[in-house]
Design a protein around this ligand. Structure first.
Ligand code: CAA
Length: 697
């Protein structure tokens, strides 16, 4: 037996202990170790009962996800679970931590389960595009019926130990060490008649066939139109648990599991799981210790500043908010309180928690109020001269060693850093709106930024429950650079014959919550107009320039805030209506340039938009603005609404073939230089293994 599973006998009870840090994932060695241990325990006449336990922070948190997509290695997890369940001596699982996926299924194959009270349980496979494939879809409904089983497998939220007891999935919780409690429980079972209780033989959950069928039908109906593949398969499997004998149900589940595992959706979702974790790693994080941060100063209490303040307050920090004058400060403080009010109304925090958060917030109209802050984030308007002024003022009041951060979305942080005494303490922390909700934070590293300042940015993001992505300095960093390329591709099509409404509808059908022109209307067309003006002097004169957005801005059609943009918004409504005058403006622009419009189908619209994103993404990696392609996926999913189940633009491109993309880009490049394929494609295609090597850094 390897080191991953140990076996010892304690007064007639065998304790089988799993030890595979960090989360005791059920890899091939653990699976083999378990089978050997159960064989040994069964053969040993001194053993009358068995306790299954795991060292470290958790009972297995699932199958080993790194093994998915590779050749399978025996024994399979379903066979291990069946082996555990078939043991002729009572088996008690002693569980703690996050008992998830295959780990929960392994526990369900034991005859009894005793849990630490803080344990959480879940079957989150659906988040990886798969289903509980180790008997979970068959065993869970046998205990707690279809409705609760489907909730557990599709709603994704883990449940508490108390709830698991209520559902009958757990036999008890114990405040004592859970292994000792399980040992006591196992000793009591010895010699008792009917001590064996295989879950496959349980029928409580199947006792009301009509209610069961109704719950299955209701879930099937609720999922109608859901683009995900796995949830519907889960419903089929849970239905099979009622209709088929256990072995038949297991075979049905296995086939459905394999269908899911082979799907592009699962490849994409598994990629995102690792990409999110990889994004939190950066060279500076590996080599430097973060600086301590307890008090955070925020300058500018607009939408971004207030959202960022709420986020820090949620995470337990003290916050000092500075705004220009008393009325603006009062508005900002009220805006922050209203974020918490909403949370109280939703039940996510209590009124007492609101008070406690507000007690950690102070407001001032003088910059010296942030003199005790460990970190100050400026969130003033996106204008370099204003930001430079704010940084200069802050430089005079902050304490030694305090970090100066900017929430700029586009501007050069090296320029900002050059104006302060300690440029090594300057970094970008680019939050996304609404900042207390959106999970992405771009940690922008300037030429002079010290490693420990970068490490602090990453640590803070994690403490806020956000996902940090490291970015170098580029206009728009990672996310907005890609957004700009996406919009350019869309604008080209607008001028060539597509309508903004067609583009938006296509991108929504792909899975974005909004199309690019809806987003422009929401953000305000003047923001991208300002960027175009800023970049005018460096614009490549050989590159096609689309002036539609500029013309709309000149007319004052700035988006939702102006009541009209690409759509019109009557009476402050947020649901836009298509505007014939916009189509007229676009038609006039085509005429001015002598362009004969042509038809665009959704496939071409989608292809061009995605190709532009991926090409820009490849250049960002090539130019070392992004660390790895998977960081781009994370940024686009968490900051821009790219559908998670498509894996992000880089993964989606990889799944559909990088060679054909590169070749198509070459064709497009005959129309305009914008489409010139990134040299990164040639590198990756020659190396022959997609983005894997680049993602591994
Ligand atoms: N397989 C392989 N590696 C895993 C893993 C798994 N199931 N779960 C976590 N890890 C790895 C992570 O990649 C990470 O590795 P690095 O340190 O190299 O980045 C490390 O373990 C720690 O994970 P986290 O950073 O996520 O730690 P956390 O404390 O924030 O969260 C957790 C712990 C709640 C267990 C979280 O990791 C998690 O949700 N894991 C996945 C759980 C899951 O989806 N299980 C179902 C698997 S599929 C299955 O079981 C199929 C089946 O039915 C047969």
């Amino acid at each position: 037996m390897g080191q991953e599973v140990k076996f010892n006998v304690n007064d007639g009870v065998a304790v089988i202990t799993i030890n595979n840090p960090p989360v005791n994932a059920l890899n091939a060695a653990v699976r083999q170790g378990l089978v050997t241990a159960f064989d040994d325990a069964e053969a040993n006449d001194d053993v009358k009962a068995i306790v299954m336990f795991a060292e470290g922070r958790t009972f297995p948190a699932g199958a080993d996800i790194t093994e998915f997509g590779k050749p399978t290695v025996d024994p399979w997890l379903p066979d291990v679970c069946n082996r555990v369940e078939a043991t002729c001596k009572p088996v008690v699982a002693a569980v703690h931590g996050t008992v998830l996926g295959g780990g929960f299924e392994l526990a369900l194959a034991a005859h009894y389960r005793i849990a630490d009270p803080m344990t959480t349980f879940g079957l989150p496979e659906v988040t990886l595009g798969i289903l509980p494939g180790a008997g979970g879809t068959q065993r869970v409904p046998r205990i707690c019926g279809a409705e609760a089983a489907l909730d557990l497998m599709i709603a994704k939220a883990p449940i508490s130990a108390a709830k698991a007891v209520d559902l009958g999935l757990i036999d008890g919780v114990s405040r004592a060490h859970v292994r000792d409690a399980a040992l006591d429980f196992a000793h009591e079972l010895i010699g008792k008649p009917n001590a064996l209780r295989p879950t496959r033989e349980r029928t409580e959950g199947l006792s009301d066939p009509v209610g069961y069928a109704r719950a299955v039908a209701a879930k099937r109906q609720a999922l109608a139109g859901n683009p995900l593949f796995a949830p519907a398969k889960i419903v089929d499997c849970v239905e099979a648990a009622m209709l088929l004998p256990f072995e038949g149900g297991l075979a049905f589940e296995q086939a459905a599991f394999e269908d899911c595992l082979r799907s592009d959706q699962s490849a994409a979702l598994r990629h995102v799981f690792f990409a999110e974790r990889k994004a939190t790693k950066a060279p500076e994080v590996a080599r430097a210790k973060p600086r301590p941060v307890e008090i955070v100063g925020i300058v500018g209490g607009g939408t971004m500043g207030s959202g960022i303040a709420a986020s820090f307050l949620d995470a337990g920090f003290g916050v000092v908010l500075v705004d220009r004058d008393q009325p603006m400060l009062d508005t900002a403080l009220a805006r922050i309180e209203s974020v918490f009010d909403k949370a109280v109304r939703k039940g996510s925090i209590t009124a007492q928690m609101l008070d406690e958060r507000m007690a950690r917030l102070t407001g001032d109209i003088h910059y010296f109020a942030v003199s005790e802050a460990d970190l100050v984030i400026e969130c003033v308007i996106e204008d370099m001269s204003v930001k430079e002024q704010v940084f200069a003022t802050l430089d005079a009041v902050i304490k030694p060693g305090a970090i100066l951060a900017t929430n700029t979305s586009y501007l050069d942080i090296n320029t900002l850093a050059a104006g302060v005494a300690h440029p090594e303490n300057v970094l970008g922390l680019h939050f996304f709106s609404p900042a207390h909700v959106m999970r992405l934070v771009e940690v922008v590293v300037g030429e002079a930024t010290e490693a420990d300042v970068v490490a602090t940015g990453f640590t803070l993001a994690k403490k806020l429950g956000k996902i940090p992505v490291r970015s170098g300095v580029a206009d728009g960093f990672i996310g907005n650079s890609i957004l700009a390329a996406y919009r350019t591709a869309a604008d080209f099509m607008l001028e060539d014959g597509a309508s903004p409404y067609q583009v938006d509808a296509t991108m929504r059908a792909f899975g974005f919550p909004m199309g690019p022109y809806q987003v422009l209307d929401l953000a305000g067309l003047d923001i991208s107009w300002a960027r175009r003006k800023r970049l005018k002097s460096t614009r490549d004169p050989e590159m096609r320039y689309i002036a539609i957005g500029d013309k709309m801005c000149q007319k004052g059609w700035l988006g939702q805030k102006a009541g009209r943009g690409y759509y019109t918004y009557a009476d402050g409504s947020r649901l836009g209506v298509e505007d014939p005058e916009v189509l007229g403006l676009i038609a006039a622009e085509r005429e001015r340039k002598g362009i004969t419009p042509r038809a665009f189908g959704p496939e071409e619209i989608l292809y061009r938009c995605l190709s532009a994103m991926v090409n820009e993404g490849a250049n960002l990696v090539l130019n070392k603005i992004a660390q790895r392609p998977s960081d781009i996926d994370v940024a686009m999913i968490h900051g821009y609404g790219f559908p998670r189940w498509r894996g992000g633009p880089m993964k989606a491109a990889e799944l559909s073939g990088l060679l054909s993309l590169r070749n198509q880009l070459r064709e497009f490049a005959k129309e305009d230089k914008f489409w010139t394929p990134s040299p990164l494609f040639d590198e990756v295609i020659k190396a022959g293994h997609g983005f894997d090597t680049l993602n591994a850094v």
